[in-house]
Write a protein that binds this ligand. Structure first.
Ligand code: URP
Ligand code: ZN
Ligand code: ZN
Length: 485
């Protein structure tokens, strides 16, 4: 079994959904625990890894965005999450303009309640911050929602002013929550987008040019300054660039706190995806416009921030290794290529932003361990489950295999071959940005709260069995100072 700090052979006993015994196996003994237990089920995991169930702290299920709604709802999305080795997700409840936070939370709890197959929680994405909204925050954090996201981009819709961001950061220090910031310079993006479109540059490739890496670098610097000026708790979401990372490292070297997340897409894919021509066969949902020009293929990778030049990938892996980046989340925000991405057929700025990834995160991280050797297996466990659980107030119940923890375990077979294909995935979207990826590894079992919910890659859990998790307040000391230059 693997922890973020250790790995050893062990027998594990689970009772009433909780891990009650972990017995290190000596080299000679074969089944130390078994005689004591009259188990309902014994899983022989010899030769396989036991990993903690993934904690994906960045998903968008059933979310209205860009003139449409994300393809996965809380049923299909959490089934896909489970089949990708996740046992907990934290989704973004988006505040509609004029809404109270209570209304936002009720709305999203309703979307999830009868559908989610794994445990879940919410961050609230704030889009309309008034005095009343701020006064609601202590109550909402007491209800276990201890993180709020604000956007420095998406001018005219989700973007917040510097003043608002400062107010929320101040409140985060007082009320004990984490302020999550989407760091891109919204003003610059708006200007570049208008210029590109006015010059007839409408294809998906120009999405990347409208959101350059230095726009993230600038916004990260601003975010850090605002956090420092307002004594706030800052977590930077979906970091994509070496420049942004440089600002984070500088802050950590000054012994100030800032936390950061990146995503598998920024670690494995690069800007050339926007000019790639079609190669993947169409699998599902071919109802839409099948006569798309080859340059529209890039719409499959339209997300914000966009994919970057290759050198950024190396920098981000280094950031994970040296502890400047704490979590790898999916930012699963799926839109069908043929029926939804086509909203921006003549205008890249109208392509709904986001890609699927909740089902492939573990596979890509695992191959970063065994194939590409970017990180070791302990670091995988840390960024996949342990650190996100700590940051978002779920540890030690979630995020680690330990006595007293919820029995959320992935049995992972390292010897099976991996070939990522849309047709084999459970996410309800007609393409996969990692289509064709080859490597090693297969999920044999996913156990959530002591129940087997995935067996040999097939989902066998129950609709609505996931429960809402009330999270603890943010603890600024939850991660040991782990950054090393
Ligand atoms: O393109 C993305 N990332 N879509 C989801 C919304 C967000 O900003 O996280
Ligand atoms: Zn974002
Ligand atoms: Zn997102």
């Amino acid at each position: 079994m693997v922890k973020s700090t250790d790995a050893f052979k062990a027998d594990i006993a689970i009772e009433d959904g909780v891990i009650t015994k972990i017995e290190r196996k000596s080299k000679t003994a074969s089944a130390d625990l078994l005689p004591e237990f009259e188990a309902d089920e014994v899983i022989d995991a010899k030769g396989q890894y036991l990993l903690p169930g993934g904690v994906d702290v960045h998903t968008h299920f059933d979310m209205p965005f860009g003139g449409t709604v994300t393809a996965d709802n809380f049923y299909t999305g959490t089934v896909a999450a489970a089949c990708g080795g996740n046992t907990t997700i934290i989704d973004f409840a988006i505040q509609n303009k004029g809404e109270t936070l209570k209304q936002t939370l009720d709305n999203w709890r309703q979307k999830a309640e009868a559908k989610a197959v794994i445990d879940y929680s919410f961050h609230i994405a704030l889009t309309d911050v008034t005095d009343n909204v701020i006064s609601e925050i202590p109550d909402i954090t007491n209800q276990g929602v201890t993180s709020f996201k604000l956007f420095m981009a998406y001018k005219g819709s989700l973007m917040s002013s510097q003043e608002t961001i400062g107010r929320i950061l101040t409140e985060s220090g007082k009320s004990g929550f984490l302020t999550m910031l989407h760091c891109e310079n919204g003003e610059e993006i708006d200007k570049l987008t208008k210029e590109l479109l006015a010059n007839g540059k409408t294809s998906p490739f120009y999405h990347a040019l409208s959101r350059p890496a230095d726009s993230e670098e600038y916004a990260v610097a601003q975010a850090i300054k605002l956090a420092s000026d307002n004594n706030g708790n800052l977590y930077i979401v979906h970091l994509s660039s070496e420049g942004g990372l440089k600002n984070i490292k500088k802050t950590l070297l000054e012994s100030k706190k800032v936390f950061a997340e990146t995503c598998p897409q920024y670690l494995t894919l690069s800007i050339d995806k926007y000019t790639e021509t079609p190669n993947a066969p169409l699998i599902k949902g071919t109802k839409g416009n099948v006569n798309l020009p080859p340059e529209f293929e890039g719409a499959k990778y339209v997300m914000s921030p966009p994919l970057r030049g290759k050198y950024n990938l190396t920098a981000l892996w280094d950031g994970i290794k040296n502890g400047a980046i704490n979590a790898v989340a999916s930012d699963h925000c799926a839109f069908n290529f043929h029926t939804q991405k086509t909203l921006g057929f003549n205008d890249f700025s109208k392509i709904p932003n986001g890609i699927p990834g909740v089902e492939t995160r573990l596979y890509l991280l695992f191959n970063a361990v065994i194939k590409d050797k970017h990180i070791d297996i302990n670091k995988l466990v840390d960024v996949f489950a342990t650190a996100p659980a700590k940051l978002f107030g779920l540890y030690p119940k979630k995020g680690e295999i330990g006595i007293g923890s919820d029995a959320d375990i992935v049995v992972f077979n390292p010897s099976k071959k991996l070939h990522i294909k849309t047709i084999k995935l459970h996410q309800d979207v007609d393409y996969c940005p990692f289509e064709g990826y080859k490597g090693n590894g297969a999920i044999s079992y996913v156990i959530a709260n002591g129940k087997v919910i995935v067996r040999d890659r097939a989902f066998c859990g129950a609709k609505g069995s996931g429960k809402f998790l009330k999270r603890n307040k943010f603890n600024p000391l939850c991660l040991q100072a782990s950054f090393s230059k």
